[in-house]
Design a protein around this ligand. Structure first.
Ligand code: MLT
Ligand code: MN
Length: 309
């Protein structure tokens, strides 16, 4: 299986357009130790020719240009992109679908809930329903991804609910402390070869690590995991926001209940952070936090990163 990181940053990217935090500034100034990153998405393929996007970021047009595996290869209209698998309805994960208009055959996968959100927003009909299929992924059921012409991909995904939150733009304060969040709002994906040769987990958003999730991830060949914030109050102490990571539906990397500690004894062969916020010091090659993450066996993904499993 081949994986290409299209975008390693969280919503807003690195640097975020309106952010003057020192991290964003270093990235904007092209400091080589603060490599710019676009918004969170990966592409996955079993044959290197047919690719599925896992989430579709607002930076997708740029990401396609930057990754020749996604360029048209033949005929006047062609794309190696077979479709997109969505893990939630956040802007950073669905807005890129709008780049895929032009009556091009594709297949979009999401939970019933996420596909309902798309259906409720007629702007997504720019993906001409005559050519673009929408396929529900029931929770906990293995489903082989297929192209729009039903060609099997050799890739099976198992979507499963993880702790999270309804998309920011759908929060309903009247619904109580969880803002109307339902189980299907945030999923992670177990991704396998159909021949069972290998697998990995894609978990770009996760609010906590319940025991069942720990056990599921134990011993995995690779996990790509939510790297949004280094510490829960990071945006508050940096004076760039009022929300904690917890309020946004993200567990943080550091601390006793953080991600690094949670994975300590999980025997995951390859641990990679993705969806990293512009304020997170782990983005900086020369930060003590990066050194700590690396020392704990974590890699910090970057745009263009290639992973072969
Ligand atoms: C998140 O990951 O918390 C969201 O992408 C935030 C947002 O929509 O800006
Ligand atoms: Mn996000």
């Amino acid at each position: 299986m081949k994986i290409r990181v299209l975008g390693a940053a969280a919503g807003g990217g690195f640097p975020q357009w309106n952010c003057n935090h020192p991290n964003s500034r270093r990235a904007r100034e092209r400091d080589p130790a603060a490599q710019q990153r676009t918004q969170s998405s990966i592409a996955v393929s079993s044959d290197g020719d047919h690719w599925f996007l896992f989430n579709a970021s607002p930076d997708l047009r740029h990401q396609i240009i930057a990754n020749d595996i996604l360029h048209p290869k033949r005929d006047l209209r062609h794309s190696p992109i077979q479709g997109a698998v969505l893990t939630n309805a956040d802007v950073d994960h669905i807005a890129g679908l709008l780049h895929l208009r032009e009556s091009h055959p594709l297949r979009i996968y999401g939970t019933r809930r996420v596909l309902e959100v798309l259906k409720g927003n007629p702007v997504f009909n720019v993906l001409n329903p005559k050519f673009v299929a929408r396929t529900v992924m029931p929770l906990d059921e293995p489903i082989e991804l297929t192209g729009p012409d039903d060609t099997p991909s050799g890739i099976v995904v198992v979507p499963f609910a993880v702790p999270g939150k309804v998309a920011l733009w759908l929060e309903d304060a009247a619904m109580g402390p969880n803002f109307g969040t339902v189980e299907e709002d945030t999923v992670a994906l177990e991704v396998r070869d159909t021949d069972g040769a290998t697998k990995f987990f894609y978990v770009p958003g996760c609010a906590s690590m319940p025991e069942a999730l720990t056990e599921r991830l134990r011993g995995a060949p690779m996990v790509l995991f939510d790297g949004t914030l280094w510490r829960d109050d990071e945006m508050i102490i940096a004076n760039v926001g009022v929300k904690t990571g917890n309020r946004m539906g993200h567990m943080s990397l550091s601390g006793d209940d953080g991600t690094i500690a949670a994975f300590e004894n999980l025997d995951v062969a390859r641990k990679v952070f993705i969806h990293i916020n512009t304020t997170n010091p782990v983005l900086l090659d020369d930060s003590p936090e990066r050194a700590k993450a690396n020392a704990a066996g974590w890699e910090v993904s970057y745009d263009g990163m290639e992973i072969a499993l």
